[in-house]
Design a binder for this molecule. Sequence first.
Ligand code: PLP
Length: 410
Amino acid sequence: MVAAEIVKTLEDLITDEQIARWRRDTPGCAQRMHLNNAGASLPPRAVTEAAVGHLQREAEIGGYEAADEAAPRVAAVYEHLARLLACAPRNVAVVENATVAVSQALSAFDFAPGDALVTTRSDYTSNQLMYLALARRRGVEVLRAEELPAGGVDPGSVRQLVRHPRCRLVSLTWIPTNSGLVQRAEEVGEICEEAGVPYVVDACQAVGQMPVNPARLRCDYLAVTARKFLRGPRGIGFLYVSDRAVERGDHPLGIDMGGALLSGPDCFELVDGARRFENWEFAYALVLALGEAARYAVEAGVERCGRRAAELAAHARERLAAVPGARVADRGERLCAIVTAEIAGWPAAHVVQRLRGIGINTSATTVGYGPLNAPGTGAPTAVRLSPHYYNTRDEVETAVAAIAELARER
Ligand SMILES: Cc1ncc(COP(=O)(O)O)c(C=O)c1O
């Protein structure tokens, strides 16, 4: 092993002391066993302080004045997000959440009746609703690619579908909300690039649990929310916009004066870069907290942290598989830090409530999220455990033991 590799290996090591430090940074760890990072993670203290500190300044000196005062720190938010995505700050737009990010991206395309949009069978429910709204309002044909036998989109099927003479867009959810699955987003990106078809990636569950590089994905747009594996606050997210999309002159349909200048009664000029996708009004406290979350994630090391989260999840799956009455519902060739399991005789929402009562946070995933978003095995509901790097094996063991006890009650 050469010296550089040894240094890298040492950097990747996560010691008990490091985990203890991450947990000390996270006040919620003292209150709960939080295995709901795919819902909303526990934020590090610095994230909360950034938001609360700014709200305090707004109360003390006024909202517009506090924004002016924070301008250098707001500019730094774009630097932190750019570092996280290995892109330039000009490629980042801060928006309210991942759903808004996807909606802004979709609205940049002038779909006409008969145009086709290619997507997957694992796309997020709200995204599917938007595709269907485009079908209803604009006559867009929604084409869903076939699945691989193990689950997840078959890139070969995408390759076939993009041959549709009027294929205008491919849209894919990289990590769906509910099944541990990691879709083959990079392969789909290569296919899109070859076919010259724009590509939107929903990376809502990916950012913070794996390195995300839009250039490697070859996507035009990438949508993210702050509150999940990135450990930011609720109610804020961001959209990566490629230079290619900017140069094409893309802009959202609902553009506002944050994104364009009204240069005459009948004309407007777009602002440079991704920020044409932003709105003028900003939740500055949340924006600053988002920047802190990105800074913290980069400092902690997304790759090694994601590896640890995935290892904890794999451990949870292994332990759950041995619980009588529990059935792990995850599917896919590559699995992430989201674990879903059906517990015989128990609606998942009841399991979640019982666990919450003893200080363990999980969530429930149900067919209510849409027929295409049912838990992997077709179970009507499943309990979802989503550990992150600051969680411990003991927490996973405790949660599985509690689930085993519930399963024995039935
Ligand atoms: C895969 C995926 N995409 C998009 C979203 C939507 O994110 P937001 O609620 O921030 O709009 C979620 C939320 O759970 C998600 O899991």
